[in-house]
Design a protein around this ligand. Structure first.
Ligand code: NDP
Length: 308
């Protein structure tokens, strides 16, 4: 029984060590040292190019090494092979940390103080309580709900918007395109944690920014193509939005001439909000693989028709 790892090379050893210790019956191979591809039944990879998938005639499950699967060409993976995405505590904790940091930095005016320090200006701003701010999260999935739960501990008012209505204590829930506008009207900070699908591409646009309260801020930690860059620049320059914190861009890396780099009210990080952590991801993946071997249903299988 062989499993092939064809993802981030820097973290391959951690994966291999875990499997060697906890699943010695599995022949764990690391690309490009893949051996006989006819023997590979499980694949852990970021991409699934068609020309590679056809070289794995016995493939049973494709485990994506990331939480998002928008970059995977589903048509390259035969329909009978489940595509499993990565849902693991390391990714969730990383995202919770990043969004908490971003929300708190906005709430406590840290970006203003960075500018004030550079200008040697001692200018204390008002410090409103967290309960005076409403944070809205688009996408109440594994990450969105974890982020909302942590933000609740600071005392922020919370809203969530989802495809299907999701009930969560302390969170005002909204669902579907019909309730998007009402959801947005109350959000001082808008956090995007949607999967990238045809329905969500370009969703962070002029119309959405106009529905937010004047001076609201945006945090995009989902995918670059959710955002219409020109609409964000217009909203920032008109004062409609106060700031944007972007962890993702289109394309990545962001070209050096892109206006986001020099914009004083855009804060950029290079797609590092959260990452799969082998130490916490390997046990989850192995448990899922064992379920498959025992004929039980796999967890976290994506729905190809929905795109996530
Ligand atoms: P999930 O699949 O768990 O959740 C997605 C949520 O979005 C679901 O609750 C779903 O609703 C909702 N949704 C999907 N489509 C729509 C829509 N058209 N309108 C409203 N709501 C919608 O995903 P995760 O929470 O695990 O991850 C979210 C995204 O975060 C990933 O797809 C990835 O792109 C991004 N990500 C970014 C990282 C980074 O480092 N920047 C790291 C990891 C992930 P429903 O419940 O009805 O299905």
């Amino acid at each position: 029984m062989s499993i092939l790892y064809r993802s981030d090379a820097a973290r391959a050893a951690a994966w291999a060590n875990y499997f060697a210790e906890h699943a010695p019956d599995l022949d764990f191979r690391v690309w490009p040292d893949a051996g006989d591809l006819d023997e590979v039944e499980y694949l852990i990879a970021w991409q699934a190019p068609a020309e590679f998938i056809v070289t794995l005639p016995r493939l049973k499950v494709f485990f994506s090494s990331g939480a998002g699967v928008d970059h995977v060409d589903f048509s390259a993976v035969p329909a009978h092979i489940p595509i499993v995405r990565m849902v693991e505590p390391g990714i969730i904790n990383g995202m919770v940390e990043y969004v908490s940091l971003a929300v708190l930095a906005l709430h406590r005016d840290f970006f203003d103080y960075v500018a004030a320090k550079a200008a040697r200006v001692w200018d204390p701003l008002e410090v409103p309580p967290a309960s005076a701010r409403t944070i809205g999260v688009m996408g109440m999935g594994a990450l969105g709900c974890a982020v909302l739960a942590r933000l609740a501990s600071y005392g922020f008012r919370l809203r969530g918007w989802n495809r299907s209505l999701r009930e969560m204590d302390g969170v005002e829930g909204f669902a579907g395109p019909d309730q998007l506008h009402t959801f947005l009207e109350g959000c001082d900070v808008l956090v995007c944690l949607l999967p990238l699908t045809p329905a969500t591409k370009g969703i962070l646009n002029r119309e959405v920014f106009s529905a937010l309260p004047a001076g609201a801020a945006l945090i995009n930690v989902a995918r670059g193509p959710h955002l219409v860059d020109a609409d964000l620049l217009e909203a920032l320059d008109s004062g409609r939005l106060s700031r944007a914190i972007l962890d993702v861009t289109e394309p990545e890396p962001l070209p050096v001439e892109h206006p986001f780099w020099a914009h004083p009210r855009v804060f950029l990080t290079p797609h590092v909000a959260s990452m799969t952590q082998p130490e916490s991801a390997a046990p989850i993946l192995l448990a899922n693989l064992r379920r498959h071997q025992q004929g039980e249903p796999l967890s976290d299988v994506i729905d190809r028709s929905r795109g996530y």
